[in-house]
Design a protein around this ligand. Sequence first.
Ligand SMILES: C[S@@+](CC[C@H](N)C(=O)[O-])C[C@H]1O[C@@H](n2cnc3c(N)ncnc32)[C@H](O)[C@@H]1O
Length: 379
Amino acid sequence: MAQTYFASIQPGLEEALLDEIRRIGGNRPKVLTGGVEFDAARKRLYLAHLQLRTPTRIWLRVDEFRARDAPELYNKTRRYNWERLIGGEHRIRVEAHSKESRLYHTGKIADAVADALTDRFAEDLGDESPPEFTDDTDDDALVVMARIVDDRCQLSLDASGERLHIRGWRTEAGDAPLRESMAAAMLELVDWSPEDGLADPMCGAGTIPVEAAWRALDRPPGLDRAFAFHRWRNFQPERYQKMADELRDDVADELPAPIRGYDADGDVIERARRNAKRAHADDHVDFDTAPLSDLQLPNHIRWIVTNPPYGERLGESGIISELIKTWQNQHGRCQLAFLWPSKARDVVDGHNISRLHRTTSFDYGGISVDLWTTQRAER
Ligand SMILES: C[S@@+](CC[C@H](N)C(=O)[O-])C[C@H]1O[C@@H](n2cnc3c(N)ncnc32)[C@H](O)[C@@H]1O
């Protein structure tokens, strides 16, 4: 039976997620701000968690209805057959959001939902023990979200648990590390192809090279992870395991083209190497300490993808000039993609490179950044 899911992502990166959802066969994908809604049978929920590289989280849309007051919210929440998914063996946290609605007190919304769930189990199902309700300090709880906008309530159940960008290998970082999922989204949005190889000349903890290697090797990011839906009552562990095993068997042994990471800071390069080892990518990605000005790229690398440092004195930063010079030194055989703060756009515009264009902007560590690339992508 098909269900509706919502995969969330930083606003601005939705198109990357849309491409991925289409590839795993999600039906009727619809881009919304901050995510993509799609229909899928259970198999695709499993595949989505194993294979998608760009989302932060995936929610099951449980129900949607009008809710103008607490009794209406309570009654309509109680009628859903929650026992298919959860029960007395679970701890549940209710998250509530409200916008432009008569029901605006999020504490009361959460209470109405918790009461409805409790009574569903304790009364409607003839004395089944209800889930235990807990607060936001409980990271292991399953999360039910009630989001009310214009008096319409959307009830969702978090299928992911820990946020999906936390793959487990990036336990050491340098300055301003990029989320693993953002690195994956950058590669998706600039239409990077693994056959072209990749160099990140300011790789920090190695996020872009390792994510690129995982994609090039077809290594699913969700292998070896536990997700919230593994605890749902309708979870089919054997079916899931079979899918995971098949995907693991398909992981390639070799990259189709080299992937390299460089950084001026030798300590951070050591961290990148250790991160790559944890990601089982140390046999595939080479890291070297080198300042951008000394960079010598191997001939067969056709992409430079990076996120340079940017601090207080953005306008004075010469790093973009250096990066563009490095790219120009490749004499047109390389594509370039990088992030740069939106408020310092003039630093990039000032170079007057006609091939260089902005594809999107998104929030990165509290500031808006632009994704620039020389690739003319067909979208
Ligand atoms: C924003 S961080 C990159 C973070 C990285 N994407 C990650 O996820 O960990 C920028 C990196 O550029 C490096 N860097 C700064 N100036 C450099 C230069 N001139 N040459 C090479 N690396 C440089 C810094 O050491 C820092 O690690």
